[in-house]
Design a protein around this ligand. Structure first.
Ligand code: GLN
Length: 206
């Protein structure tokens, strides 16, 4: 299977690693710059974006990841992971940085405090079939989308909580802790397609 990194500095990276391994990916826990080489895709877990930002810079992994994402690395970010790949942040803490890539404006902690966490069924047309049971834990919301980005799911009040742009996907909620693997499958299909296209391009050159 493809080689998929999971940013493993903080947050629920183990849950993502387990789902990806079950689906046949070769999983690499990403903590250091050398872990970034050779990835076909990357998952950024839920957790705390401010801490992920500080640790990723301290470990020297922020810059290589920013570069690979800008070059087209497929990325799936859940919750804090979505915050890490958004181009514009609202309610960020002073000096908070992220990787960017996704042409959206994301507001942190948009649903209030931890004890206002909730679950709901979401229609996700791109995944087909049954609605997704979505778990929101102090998650962000996508306040606006640039031209290149498209919504994948919205709450009944219209707020966008899942988004894609080419090979980038972000969700405000946590499929990794819920047992529904369809978002991960959807992401892995993008990773495989891109890895396959890269392989045939280099075969054509060789
Ligand atoms: N509130 C967190 C942040 O700003 C995200 C919460 C989560 O990932 N469940 O990073």
């Amino acid at each position: 299977g493809p080689t998929v990194g999971v940013l493993a500095l903080q947050g629920d990276f183990r849950e993502h690693a387990r789902v990806l391994a079950e689906l046949g990916a070769r999983v690499v826990l990403v903590r250091r710059p050398e872990d970034v080489e050779g990835l076909d895709g990357l998952v950024i877990p839920g957790g705390e974006s401010t801490v992920m930002d500080k640790l990723s810079r301290a470990f020297g992994v922020a810059e290589p990841l920013r570069r690979r994402i800008a070059e087209g690395l497929p990325v799936y970010g859940t919750c804090a992971g979505l915050i890490m790949i958004a181009d514009t942040l609202l309610d960020a803490i002073d000096g908070q940085q992220n990787f960017g890539g996704l042409d959206v404006v994301v507001r942190r902690n948009a649903f209030g405090s931890q004890n206002q966490s909730f679950e709901t069924d979401l229609e996700v047309p791109a995944l087909g079939g049954e609605p997704v049971r979505a778990v929101f834990i102090r998650g962000p919301v996508v306040e606006s989308l640039g031209e290149k980005a498209a919504p994948l799911a919205s709450l009944p009040d219209g707020r966008v909580v899942a988004v894609e742009q080419g090979d980038l996907i972000g969700t405000s909620f946590h499929p990794e802790i819920q047992g529904d693997v369809r978002f991960h499958e959807y992401f892995l299909a993008k990773v495989r397609a891109r890895a396959g296209a890269a392989a045939s391009a280099s075969a054509a050159i060789a």
